[in-house]
Design a binder for this molecule. Structure first.
Ligand SMILES: Cc1ncc(COP(=O)(O)O)c(C=O)c1O
Length: 430
């Protein structure tokens, strides 16, 4: 870790190192004090343009007044009621809103992405009476033991931990095709692998409850599959009577332009996991499905905080804001602009091997001259970006992700990209 920028940051980091579990991994010494829109201010008063949105959470922008007002109004009445054991209106209104937006008529609330995936796994097992799962290499679904079984992005997430029975298939990572094929002539061999290899040699469909897939892989490297991939996964689920689970935790909530990212691919999953931006900055997860699937009896699954009233109020306000401001349309438009600028940089700097994305879920993959991954250069650019006043994070083996608040303006995006280019130049020409 580089030196913190000042004594206030230094003091907090020292105290943090003393008391916080050592499993947390921070890439640079950013100590956040406050934020508004896409501007984050650290404890020393330095301002940063936020390309990360609190890990794809603050889609409505930091300190969004509409969301803050809704939280304060709810706080004045009651913040928590133990909704899974009693009744209250805000979580019901939110579920009705989600039903109207998605067509899924049943909602189960929880507090995080990993819990929404746990709920989906349990529902799929409960409904099918089967316990096997198919996930994808590079997939990230959380770190509790069920979701961790599906997660397959870094082995250090999994070392020493047990797993439920999961077999991983290949995601459509066309930039580094696992079969050395070229799209579109490949016949989407990565999806075919499930039937051709996994179901023949490793896991019978008769033992498989669900295939769990991210519409766009997030932590695995911001990978956008070609249009046929999810359709093929859907067909395999239908042909073998399996449930299809879409993990929309990172890609959902208009980040890719549509409310659910799967809408971009014209595919409807049986079960949908949402969290992150759904809570408008407060912890909220939801697992959505239809009443013919989610017909488990009372007591089968529950928790304490699901449907928390503050989180429900924040979520309702942020959904309303995103719809009213057409943040989906904005994400598409601005995503196009950011990708264009990144492609212009790619033409100048061959270290950028790939620029890809959907809406405001954009990744650039850093490569060595021989085309292999270059995590070292990637990490140095992120660090240099921090020094220049932009907040970036890595993903995949060699990728920098751009997932700003969806409210980011063209001017803010350009200012951030200018700083990014300075950082890029400094690293590449050093
Ligand atoms: C696609 C996806 N699913 C699940 C999770 C886990 O969410 P949480 O960290 O809220 O448990 C993440 C987190 O990054 C994610 O990106």
């Amino acid at each position: 870790m580089i030196e913190p920028p000042g004594p206030l940051a230094k003091n907090i980091i020292e105290r943090d190192c003393d008391v916080m579990s050592s499993c947390l991994a921070r890439p640079y010494p950013l100590v956040i004090d406050r934020a508004e829109g896409v501007t984050v201010t650290d404890v020393e008063g330095r301002e940063y343009i936020d390309f990360v949105a609190g890990i794809a959470v603050m889609n409505v922008g930091h300190s969004n007044p509409a969301v803050s007002e809704a939280i304060i109004a709810q706080l004045a009445k009651i913040s928590h009621c133990g909704f899974p054991d009693f009744f209250a209106e805000p979580p019901v209104r939110l579920a009705e809103r989600l039903k109207q937006m998605t067509g899924y008529d049943q909602v189960f609330y929880c507090n995080s992405g990993t819990e929404s995936v746990e709920a989906a796994i349990k529902l799929a097992m409960w409904k099918s009476h089967k316990q096997g799962l198919v996930g994808f290499y590079g997939g990230f679904h959380g770190r509790t033991l069920g979701s961790l079984s599906l997660t397959c992005s870094k082995v250090k997430h999994k070392a020493h931990f047990p797993a439920i029975r999961t077999v991983h298939s290949h995601y459509a990572y066309c930039f580094r095709c696992p079969f050395n094929n070229e799209y579109p002539d490949c016949g989407i061999q990565c999806a075919a692998y499930i039937e051709d290899v996994i179901f023949k040699r490793e896991l019978s469909p008769d033992d498989t409850a669900a295939i769990v897939v991210e519409p766009v892989q997030g932590e695995g490297g911001y990978i956008v599959p070609p249009p046929e991939f999810h359709k093929e996964v859907r067909r395999i689920c239908d042909d073998h009577n399996l449930l299809m689970v879409a993990d929309e935790v990172q890609a959902g909530c208009y980040r890719t332009g549509t409310f659910m990212a799967m809408e971009n691919f014209g595919v409807r999953a049986d079960i949908v996991c949402m969290a992150k931006a759904l809570g408008g900055g407060l912890p909220l997860g939801a697992m959505l499905s239809s009443s013919d699937i989610m017909d488990w009896p009372p007591g089968t699954h529950s928790n304490t905080f699901g449907g928390n009233l503050l989180a429900s109020a924040a979520s309702l306000a942020s959904l309303e804001y995103m719809e009213k401001e057409d943040l989906g349309g904005h994400a598409k438009e601005l995503g196009g602009h950011i990708m264009k600028r990144l492609r212009e940089m790619q033409a100048e700097y061959p270290a950028i091997g790939d620029v890809r994305g959907l809406g405001l879920m954009i990744g650039i993959e850093l490569v060595k001259p021989d085309g292999s991954v270059d995590p070292d250069t990637r990490d140095r650019i992120i660090l240099e970006g921090y020094k220049e006043g932009i907040i970036l994070l890595s993903c995949g083996d060699s990728v920098i992700r751009f997932s700003p608040p969806l409210v980011i303006t063209k001017e803010e995006a350009d200012a951030g990209l200018d700083r990014f280019e300075v950082a890029l130049k400094k690293v590449i020409r050093s």
